[in-house]
Design a protein around this ligand. Structure first.
Ligand code: NAG
Length: 320
């Protein structure tokens, strides 16, 4: 069951097409960073990218954990040069594509023994499948790195290691962090694993408004923690269309060609709150620049107009 949930994200690819669709946003982003010369690297737009999130951007951090939420076996990775790495998709994730567009090397997984020394200088990816903003989200599937732990892994493990080797002057290090991109894509599992899949749904149909508030509050605290470590440029996504996940369609949709709109409303509602949080943080954190990325609308556009993106229309979703 849990693997099915996460394999369901494959459906959100091919992400190159998603990024094509999002080219406006990407150009805006590039524009933002093009104006800031990089102190350490010649060819890339930014010195580094640090990634926080769930299975949408996990590059294999769960491979060594005791969990069912792993993807380091085929057919995952069939379109990826390195094969099955633990990415929950056929090819590259949106984090990989984004890094590539920004001129960075492939960002390594935090939980990989070779992610040390010079390998971390262009960034590290801390994302963990089944994880959420809350510490215990996804625990029923096994171990993961919740956002709190991801932020701590950055601050306590990677940050000291980044500081020593090549960046020995404080100003340079400060600039390196301030010009790096902190990309966060999380929150999907806090809803899916706690409220939107069996055994919780449809039994507890209504998600209390306090849950949304608590979640966004916790998210904000953890982004502020990154700011306290020196992060200044953030890209924060909203939620994916959870009502369009194959497992959700298979379980709840009357018509297997249609997304289940109840769950999509949850995505839209929480995404709007993330957007507001981002604007508040822009005001509250001096020198910080946060950008909200509306992945719901972009993904929905592909799902609703598959033929424009090289996909067959009216794909029947298998009952799984
Ligand atoms: C998450 O766990 C950490 C450490 O175990 C703890 O300090 C933190 O307060 C927890 N966060 C929440 C929201 O419970």
């Amino acid at each position: 069951m849990p693997n099915i949930i996460h394999s369901g994200y494959k459906y959100l690819t091919p992400l190159s097409k998603l990024l094509y669709l999002l080219h406006m946003d990407i150009f805006l982003l590039l524009f933002m960073f093009v104006t800031m010369p990089s102190p350490t690297l010649g060819s890339s737009q930014i010195p580094a990218m640090f990634v926080f999130g769930d299975s949408l951007v996990d590059p294999g951090n769960n491979n060594q954990l005791k969990t069912l939420a792993k993807a380091n076996y085929p057919p995952n990775g069939i379109d990826f040069p390195l094969g099955a790495t633990g990415r929950f998709c056929n090819g590259a994730t949106i984090a990989d594509h984004l890094g590539n567009l920004l001129g960075l090397d492939l960002i390594p997984a935090f939980n990989n023994p070779s992610t040390i020394g010079s390998n971390i200088m262009q960034g590290v990816n801390f994302a963990s499948s089944s994880a959420g903003i809350l510490n215990d989200t996804g625990n029923h599937i096994g171990q993961n790195f919740p956002l709190f732990q991801q932020v701590q892994n950055f601050g306590e493990n990677i940050l000291p290691e980044l500081k020593s080797p090549t960046l020995n002057s404080d100003t340079t290090f400060k600039d390196y962090l301030a010009e790096s991109l902190f990309f966060s894509n999380i929150g999907n599992n806090d809803f899916l694993n706690r409220h939107l899949l069996p055994p919780n749904y449809p039994l507890n149909r209504d998600i209390p408004p306090e849950f949304y508030d608590m979640l966004v509050n916790e998210y904000s605290i953890l982004l502020e923690k990154l700011y306290s470590y020196g992060a200044r440029k953030f890209l924060v996504t909203g939620l994916a269309p959870l009502g369009c996940l194959p497992i959700v369609i298979a379980l709840y949709s009357k018509d297997t060609n249609q997304c289940y709109e109840h769950h999509n409303e949850v995505s839209r509602k929480f995404s709007a709150m993330i957007n507001i949080m981002v604007q508040h943080l822009n005001q509250d954190l001096p020198g910080a620049s946060l950008l909200y990325w509306d992945i719901y609308t972009a993904t929905r556009q592909i799902i609703d107009n598959p033929s424009q993106y090289g996909r067959e229309a009216n794909v029947k979703f298998a009952k799984v």
